[in-house]
Design a protein around this ligand. Structure first.
Ligand code: DAH
Length: 327
């Protein structure tokens, strides 16, 4: 009778063609309520010797079934895999998918380059808020309410006090309020003005430089600016200091760069910090003096690489940006 059982199982396993069918057979024979368990349960009605004999046979059959089932499972899995390999052919002649490495935006490059120069002179970098208040952006910088300089800034106001900073010069005030001289600072960052054309975007970048110390005078400023511009533009340019006006500096200048074709480009504003500004931050202008400068990062980058439209920096056109991959 048990021989017949084993034969039946062998036949049905042989016939089965997938893992699900095998699983059904396993449950049918080896499951809790399966055929083999039923036989086991009946053993208790037999006498001791018979019981022992039958249980050995049943266990033997059980082990056999497990072996047969596992063998068939392995066979079916291999078959499945082979079929898949046959169906899913890999075309090794197809070109691979390239993983593009990221690279720095040209504006970031310029900022890093400028930092590199000024770090050698002992400057440190600080950052400040882009949402400013009227006091730091205008009042403390000696630009009072009716001052015409305010109009030229085309400010984005949130309310009567808060605004998007129009210049990194606001950080001169914050820095001098927080720290004591001597100090040499760089403040890179975004500034905002309501303007949009080939040379203006509503958001652009500046770097503010500030030195506060005893006996700082215009020759320090001039020396630094000259060396910096020669470093940045590789001496292919001439430099012109032009007298100018900023409410927060007295001795104010703008610096023009004249390129090889004789084209004149205004590149930065600078000057000796106005004593009133030092007073506003409780620095004694009889002991200390300060010089400052503010550079337009986009302008510098445009001149360096011959870019004609400032808007191209912010349009995320990879054909433009990718040109700066290896600089
Ligand atoms: N903040 C000025 C602007 O945005 C630039 C500037 C001029 C900064 C003179 C300075 C400075 O630090 O001394 O037009």
């Amino acid at each position: 009778m048990f021989n017949k059982l084993l034969e039946d199982i062998k036949i049905s396993i042989k016939k089965s063609e997938n893992i699900e069918e095998i699983e059904k057979i396993r449950i049918q024979y080896l499951g809790k309520k399966g055929i083999l368990s039923n036989h086991m349960k009946k053993l208790k009605f037999l006498d001791v010797d018979k019981k022992k004999e039958c249980s050995i046979i049943l266990n033997h059959i059980k082990n056999k079934i497990i072996i047969i089932i596992n063998q068939k499972k392995i066979f079916l899995k291999e078959k499945l895999l082979n079929q898949r390999i046959l169906n899913e052919k890999i075309d090794i002649s197809l070109p691979g998918r390239r993983i593009e490495n990221g690279f720095l935006h040209p504006i970031t490059h310029t900022i890093n380059d400028i930092k590199h120069f000024f770090y050698q002179l002992g400057f440190t970098t600080i950052y400040g808020p882009e949402i400013e208040d009227e006091y730091h952006n205008f009042d403390a910088l000696n630009i009072d309410k009716n001052h015409p300089a305010r109009d030229s800034h085309d400010t984005f106001w949130f309310d009567s006090n808060r605004l998007l900073r129009t210049q990194t010069s606001s950080m001169q005030i914050r820095a001098m309020n927080q720290d004591h001289p001597p100090m040499r600072l760089l403040v890179p960052g975004k500034v905002y003005r309501n303007d949009y054309d080939i040379t203006h975007t509503p958001m652009f970048h500046q770097i503010e430089g500030l030195i506060v110390d005893k006996n700082i005078n215009f020759s320090h400023l001039k020396w630094i600016i000259y060396h910096f511009l020669y470093y940045f533009f590789d001496k292919n340019i001439s430099i012109r200091f032009r007298p100018s006006y900023f409410p927060f500096t007295v001795l104010s200048a703008e610096v023009d760069v004249i390129d090889q074709n004789g084209v004149i480009l205004e590149i930065l504003g600078c000057g000796i910090v106005h004593p009133k500004v030092l007073q506003n931050v409780n620095i004694d202008s009889n002991v200390y003096s300060a010089c400052a400068f503010g550079l337009g990062i986009e302008r510098m980058t445009m001149i360096r690489y011959g870019i004609s439209d400032i808007r191209s920096f912010f349009e995320n056109d990879m054909r433009f940006l990718a040109q700066f991959k290896y600089i």
